[in-house]
Design a protein around this ligand. Structure first.
Ligand code: ATP
Ligand code: MG
Length: 538
């Protein structure tokens, strides 16, 4: 068995690199960045990148920048920028004064493009999109040089200026780096640096009609900010050569390095903004913050504690091996935090009436229960046992299955905090279902070995809406919408103990014997509480 420390060292090649760089004085301070594109809401995969980027900076006494990678005006918006900031803060991280936008560097980036052109390392190319693709070759065949590849520096400079000035229509031409059309790395075959898009940008307005490509803007932005360790996911492996080439061939003020780690993939959860967007836009869910979605807005609304996500990411580790993590592992961390912290409450989600025949209407037996059994300092809640209470329908059986320890004619159970009762009978409704169960209080000694049921007073309790979630998809690796779970949301009306009304919204509870729940930030009202099931009790 490897020790925890060995496991960490093995999986954690990034920490090794950072420690080496600090030890050898390559860098005095670690500077990382989290660079989301504001074209959608962040998801649980991004939580890994956030914890890694912000977490490592914090761990090594450095800093992490939040940089909006906003180089694509058509798909980006301020709504997304704001949601990203909210999600990063919610996860527990702080960028301090270091909030940046790639669009703030457009002038600098353009300057570096001019440098490349002046050095004969970039050219304006008029090939159509289809021709660009055809000329690029394939993995097995080298590409062919563009007929525009050997234009003079002066001509390229003039054309680039005209591109910027809006002289050409969208798609009429692009700026390309002049590298190597025969490179085995397709990214190095004269990659695009700038394209024309006459679109309004959410920050720069109509100032620009040419926009830098991701590969061009990203490394330059890192360098402008003095990023030391530029961490990203493995699919950018092939981009690193271009990243280095651009850093080497421009006069940027710093030399960041890119390192790649494995993406976080979780069974049954979609971690692609494009596909999440489709679910939202086609109305398959209630919005980006639908509690069934693995967006950070969704899991927050559902009630996942941010600490659980941080623990989960730390547990999964920072390796280079692509893997699919079981969603149960995420849920384990959610339960682990909630089991410690969530105050207890009683809510009956599928109620059936239980009449305690030896209590009269209006009688109240006062009951006091701890909010957190393990922590008396968390205080207590007052309840009243009344003649009519609700219990879960499946806690009563006319004909009990083998080993049934709950209520059945003649059997004894405990009611949480309120002593023991013996079932004295039941009434049927017109349709033959059980309408009401009857019982009488008995001495606690008669309840040995009996189950303890949760209950809510019918007269003092509150009707509450309870949203029970199943998986959004029925398969581990969803590929299309036909795999959507048609019953991923089940809404029921239950009965909750009165103490629920006293808490501020957002408190996460353990509803005894039912699961962990959180009031819904959007739908819950003081006069009608709505709860989301965060996770069942195992
Ligand atoms: P998507 O594929 O969902 O559109 P993206 O990578 O295009 O995601 P960005 O906004 O560009 O989204 O991502 C910002 C950062 O988050 C990048 O550094 C990216 O590598 C990282 N990231 C995205 N998805 C994951 C994931 N599943 N696991 C870990 N990191 C991720
Ligand atoms: Mg991206």
């Amino acid at each position: 068995m490897e020790t925890e420390a060995e496991h960490r060292a093995g999986a954690d090649f990034v920490r090794e690199i950072i420690e080496r760089d600090l030890r050898e004085g390559t860098h005095q301070q670690v500077v990382t960045r989290f660079p989301p594109e504001p074209n959608g809401y962040l998801h649980i995969g991004h939580a890994k990148a956030i914890c890694v980027d912000f977490g490592l900076a914090k761990e090594y006494g450095g800093r992490c920048h939040l940089r909006m990678d906003d180089t694509n005006p058509e798909t980006e918006s301020t709504e997304f920028v704001e949601s990203i900031m909210g999600d990063v803060r919610w996860l527990g991280f702080d960028w301090g004064a270091h909030l940046y936008y790639a669009s703030d560097y457009f002038e600098h980036i353009y300057g570096y493009a001019v440098e490349l052109v002046e050095a004969g390392k970039a050219y304006v190319c008029h090939l159509s999109e289809a021709d660009l693709r055809a000329y690029r070759g394939t993995v097995t065949e080298p590409g062919r040089p563009s007929p525009y590849r050997d234009r003079s520096v002066a001509e390229n400079l003039r054309l680039l200026e005209q591109m910027r000035a809006g002289a050409f229509e969208d798609g009429a031409c692009v700026l390309r780096a002049k590298i190597d059309m025969a490179s085995s790395n397709m990214k190095m075959r004269d990659p695009l640096l700038y394209r024309i898009r006459k679109a309004h940008h959410h920050r720069t307005g109509d100032k620009w009609c040419i926009y830098p490509m991701y590969d061009f803007a990203h490394c330059l932005s890192d360098a402008i900010e003095g990023v030391t360790h530029s961490l990203c996911t493995l699919e950018f492996d092939n981009n690193r050569e271009l990243y280095d080439w651009l850093i080497d061939n421009t006069s940027v003020p710093a030399r960041p390095h890119q390192y790649e780690f494995a993406r976080l993939n979780v069974t049954g959860l979609i971690t692609s903004k494009r596909r999440l967007k489709q679910l939202v836009e086609e109305g398959h869910v209630e919005g980006w913050d639908d509690p069934r979605l693995p967006t950070l807005a969704g899991v927050r609304r559902r009630g996942y504690p941010p600490e659980a996500l941080r623990n989960f990411v730390a547990d999964v580790g920072l390796g280079k091996t692509q893997s699919l993590v079981e969603v149960e592992r995420l849920e384990h961390h959610v339960r682990e935090v909630l089991n410690r912290e969530a105050p207890r409450a009683m809510v009956v989600v599928d109620p059936i009436e239980l009449v305690i025949e030896d209590l009269a209407d209006g009688d109240e037996v006062r009951v006091e229960l701890p909010r957190l059994p393990a922590d008396p300092s968390a205080g207590s809640r007052a309840l009243a046992l009344t003649r009519a209470v609700y219990i879960e329908r499946d806690d009563f059986a006319v004909v009990p299955p083998p080993k049934f320890k709950r209520l059945t004619p003649g059997s004894v159970v405990r009611l949480r905090g309120a002593g023991a009762v013996r079932c004295t009978g039941y009434d049927l409704a017109a349709d033959g279902s059980v309408a009401r169960v009857r019982c009488a209080r008995v001495d606690d000694a008669e309840a040995r070995g009996a189950a303890t049921l949760h209950w809510v007073s019918a007269s003092a309790g509150l009707p509450v809406t309870v949203r029970l979630y199943g998986p959004l998809f029925l398969v581990d690796e969803p590929t299309d919408l036909s795999q959507l779970n048609p019953s991923s949301l089940q809404t029921v009306t239950g009965w909750g103990e009165p103490s629920l009304a006293e808490d501020a919204p957002g408190v996460r509870y353990q509803f005894e014997r039912v699961g962990y729940f959180c009031s819904d930030a959007k739908l819950s009202r003081a006069d009608h509480l709505v709860f989301n099931r965060i996770v069942a009790l195992r």
